[in-house]
Ligand binder design. Structure first.
Ligand SMILES: Cc1ncc(COP(=O)(O)O)c(C=O)c1O
Length: 402
């Protein structure tokens, strides 16, 4: 049989991590590659009790189809969480519970992007977000991000150029907090600057924010959705990194007309997100002190980060730089000019059994400098292996940089 695949399916590329995912199932490898949270942070006892209550006491809801926009109790709880973070426009009616925030990205791409449209992204950008837009056959323009700012001048220049060539550009995708892959966070001034650039350029801003609660010191500056006065920001969030990635509960908050379109599109995709997952989460949030749980999660990752970054700085040659994240799960490394993280990966796996994610897949342009970057996570390995892995990476880099 000759299968005739759609053009959309042809736009999809396997992720850089998936390529060696099977290797990483082998526990002898030091994995700093995948982006998964550490299961030790998941409150399994409390979630088990909540799941039990959901099934035995709320069978008609938890084991049944439910509203496409999500379980009302969970939408209310989510609205309160966002309100507490300063998003005063937060309201359950403007929230859709999604199957992870990844589905939120996919649904937004479907309702906002046509094939051939140009999506404005930051450079580097989260691969999963890029994949959702690429699946719609979008093209990209990128504005540089650095430790605390998005280059809004570059953004404006490129948006204007694309439009002068007759392209439609209507969306800007950004991760302000503890960005995946870089760990960088936009300052408050950079957030204001971004929003005024978006207003001037008439761009809708998609704020992807799964790491906000995982801050190692002070909380990050206000979310874009809290600073937004004109309904220009759609905010995406998730319980994956703080409670359980397997419960697949994310959410988005946006203007009424966007949320209704997303709801219709979601109905065609999956009718509703898992009602068992949503019920479990809603009961967990009602019966437990989520704020206290978050304190523990922050402490856990802050310790992981400190151990790993200290070891990396001790073990790696001074010419290798790593970012100092104030939260989240990642640090972003840069090799000396001329070295290529992707080309070195096979050797690193073979010689030291250490994995990172080469940076190139986080970029949408072909700049030769992109090859220097790599992403490391400190989420998963226990402290002794964080140190040992850093030692192995350091000695490998000393060899190749020599
Ligand atoms: C920036 C960002 N957005 C979205 C997601 C998707 O998370 P989930 O679908 O589990 O909510 C991730 C996961 O790694 C992420 O890093």
């Amino acid at each position: 049989v000759i299968v005739r695949f759609s053009k959309d399916s042809g736009a999809l590329r396997p992720s850089a991590i998936r390529r060696f995912a099977s290797l990483l199932q082998d526990p002898s490898y030091f994995s700093f590659a995948g982006g998964a949270p550490n299961p030790l942070t998941f409150p399994s006892e409390a979630l088990a009790e909540a799941a039990r209550e959901a099934i035995l006491t709320h069978r008609d809801v938890a084991l049944q189809y439910g509203p496409t926009a999500g379980l009302p109790e969970l939408r209310r709880a989510t609205a309160q969480i966002l309100y507490a973070r300063g998003v005063v426009s937060s309201h359950p009616d403007r929230i859709v519970i999604t199957t992870g925030s990844q589905q939120g990205l996919d649904l937004l791409a479907r309702v906002l992007v046509d094939p051939g449209d140009v999506v404005a992204v930051e450079s580097p950008a989260y691969v999963g977000g890029l994949a959702a837009f690429a699946a719609r056959r979008a093209q990209f323009l990128a504005a540089r991000r650095d430790a605390d700012r998005l280059d809004v001048e570059e953004l404006a220049r490129k948006v204007r150029r694309a439009r002068s060539e007759g392209r439609r550009v209507s969306v800007l995708y950004t991760i302000p907090n503890f960005q995946n892959p870089s760990g960088w966070t936009l300052s408050l001034a950079a957030r204001r600057e971004l929003l005024s650039a978006a207003a001037e350029l008439d761009l809708l801003v998609l704020e992807d924010d799964p790491y906000a609660e995982i801050h190692f010191g002070e909380p990050p500056p206000a979310p874009l959705a809290a600073l937004d006065q004109e309904g220009r920001v759609v905010h995406l969030g998730s319980f994956s990194k703080t409670l359980s990635a397997g419960l697949r509960c994310g959410f988005l908050l946006g203007a009424e007309e966007i949320v209704r379109k997303v709801e219709l599109t979601k109905q065609a995709a999956d009718l509703c997100s898992s009602m068992l997952d949503q019920s479990t989460l809603a009961i967990y949030l009602a019966r437990n002190d989520y704020a206290a749980h978050l304190v523990g999660v922050r402490k856990f990752y802050a310790e992981q980060k400190a151990i790993f970054l200290t070891a990396l700085r001790e073990e790696c040659p001074a010419t290798v730089e790593t970012s100092e994240p104030a939260g989240g799960l990642f640090t972003w490394g840069a090799l000396p000019a001329g070295l290529d993280a992707e080309m070195l990966l096979d050797r690193l796996l073979a010689e030291e059994k250490v994995a990172y994610v080469p940076g190139r897949s986080f970029f949408v342009d072909e700049n030769p400098d992109n090859g220097r970057w790599f992403r490391l996570t400190f989420a998963k390995e226990p402290p002794d292996r964080l140190e040992e892995g850093a030692r192995r990476l350091g000695r490998f880099l000393a060899r190749v940089a020599a």
